[in-house]
Write a protein that binds this ligand. Structure first.
Ligand code: AN0
Ligand code: CP
Length: 320
C-alpha cells in the first residue's frame, strides 16, 4: 500500500478486519517488520488519540518514530505555490517535504480543513503535496476531508460489538458551538457504504455530505425516525459541506439542541451502542448519562485506533 487516504486503499474489508483481529490478539507479531525503519508523524493541528495510537502502532511494528508539530518549534510553512513569501512564513512545503522525507521511510500527515474555501479543502492541497513530492508512502492521520484511520477503527469496533449479521448503523449530526470539518462523517459514511451494514444518515437540511464520500447513502431528515431500531448510533457534528449551497461551506446552519443525543433518543433504538470518535463536548453532542452508559463504546472505539494504525503501517511496510 503506497497511500492510505480512502477506503479503496485498504482493499477487501473482510481481509482487513481479519488482520485487525489477528493484531489485536498478538500485537507484536510483526515487530521485526519495522526494524531500522522510521515513520515520521507530522501534525498541522492538535491531536490526542491519533498522536498516541499511531506512535503505539509504530512501536508494535518495531518502527522508530519521529513526531513533528509544525506549529510548535518548526518554521512556519507556506503551502501555496507562487506566493511572494514576505509574510510570517519562513519555509515552503516544497523544500520541507523532501527534507523531511530524507529522514524517514513512511509519512503520516494530520491537516485540517480551513472551512472557508471548499475547493481548496476538497482538493486536499497539503496532503496531496506530501503524496506527490515525498517519494514515500503517505497515510492520512485526518486530512481536510477524510479521517480513514478513524473510520477503520470504527468499523473494527462495530464488527466486534455487533449482535446481528447486518446491523443498522445511524450516523447522526449533533450540535456544536464551533464549526468542525466533514472529515470524520465523510470517512465514516464512505466506510459504512463499503461495509455490510444497513446505513442511514440523519441531519438537518443543508448538511448533506458530499456524494464523493456518502455515495447514495439513505438520508432521513427526521432524526427520531432515523434512530428507530438502530443497533449503533454514531454521533458527530460537522459544518455545512456546501453541497446544495456552496456559499454556506464551513458555516454553522443549525444550533438546535433537540439533536443532542440523550436517553429519549436512545429509547427508540434497538438498545443501540453509542459511538463518537472523540474529542466530544458533553451535553452538546451527547448527554452525560448516554456517554457513560454501558452501551457506550467511545473508549474501546478510541483504543481500536491502535489496531487500525497497526494494520495500515504493517501493509505499508510489507510494500516498501
Ligand atoms: C475534529 C473534527 O471534528 O474533525 C477532530 C476529530 C477527530 N474535532 C475537533 O476539532 C473538536
Ligand atoms: N479521534 C481523533 O482523531 O482524535 P484526535 O484528534 O485527538 O487525534
Amino acid at each position: 500500500m503506497r497511500t492510505f487516504l480512502h477506503v479503496a486503499d485498504i482493499g477487501p474489508l473482510g481481509q482487513a478486519l481479519e488482520e485487525a483481529a489477528e493484531i489485536k490478539h498478538e500485537r507484536y507479531r510483526y515487530e521485526q517488520l519495522g526494524r531500522h525503519k522510521t515513520v515520521l508523524l507530522i501534525f498541522f493541528n492538535n491531536s490526542l488519540r491519533t498522536r498516541l495510537s499511531t506512535q503505539k502502532a509504530a512501536r508494535n511494528l518495531g518502527l522508530d518514530v519521529i513526531v513533528l508539530d509544525v506549529n510548535q518549534g518548526a518554521w512556519k510553512l507556506e503551502t501555496e505555490r507562487g506566493v511572494v513569501m514576505d509574510g510570517d512564513k519562513s519555509e515552503h512545503l516544497l523544500e520541507a517535504i523532501p527534507v523531511m522525507a530524507s529522514f524517514c521511510d513512511l509519512i503520516g500527515v494530520r491537516t485540517f480543513a480551513g472551512l472557508t474555501d471548499r475547493e481548496a479543502d476538497y482538493a486536499e492541497n497539503v496532503l496531496s503535496q506530501f503524496v506527490r513530492y515525498s517519494g514515500r508512502p503517505v497515510f492520512s492521520m485526518e486530512s481536510a476531508t477524510a479521517h480513514p484511520l478513524q473510520a477503520f477503527a470504527d468499523l473494527i469496533t462495530i464488527n466486534e460489538y455487533k449482535e446481528k449479521a447486518r446491523p443498522k448503523v445511524v450516523l447522526t449530526w449533533a450540535p456544536h458551538p464551533r464549526a468542525l470539518p466533514q472529515a470524520v462523517p465523510n470517512s465514516f459514511a464512505q466506510w459504512m457504504q463499503a461495509a455490510d451494514v444497513d446505513f442511514v444518515i440523519t441531519h438537518p437540511e443543508g448538511y448533506e455530505l458530499d456524494p464523493l464520500f456518502a455515495g447514495n447513502a439513505r438520508v432521513e431528515y427526521d432524526q427520531m425516525k432515523a434512530l428507530e431500531g438502530a443497533d449503533f448510533v454514531y454521533a458527530k457534528n460537522w459544518s455545512c459541506p456546501g453541497v446544495t449551497r456552496p456559499a454556506d461551506y464551513g458555516k454553522i446552519l443549525c444550533n438546535d439542541r433537540s439533536w443532542t443525543i440523550d436517553s429519549a433518543h436512545m429509547a427508540v433504538t434497538a438498545d443501540a451502542h453509542f459511538m463518537h470518535c472523540l474529542p466530544v463536548r458533553r451535553n452538546m453532542i451527547v448527554t452525560d448519562d448516554v456517554i457513560e452508559s454501558p452501551r457506550s463504546l467511545v473508549i474501546p472505539e478510541a483504543a481500536n485506533r491502535e489496531i487500525s494504525a497497526t494494520v495500515v503501517l504493517k501493509r505499508m511496510l510489507e510494500n516498501l
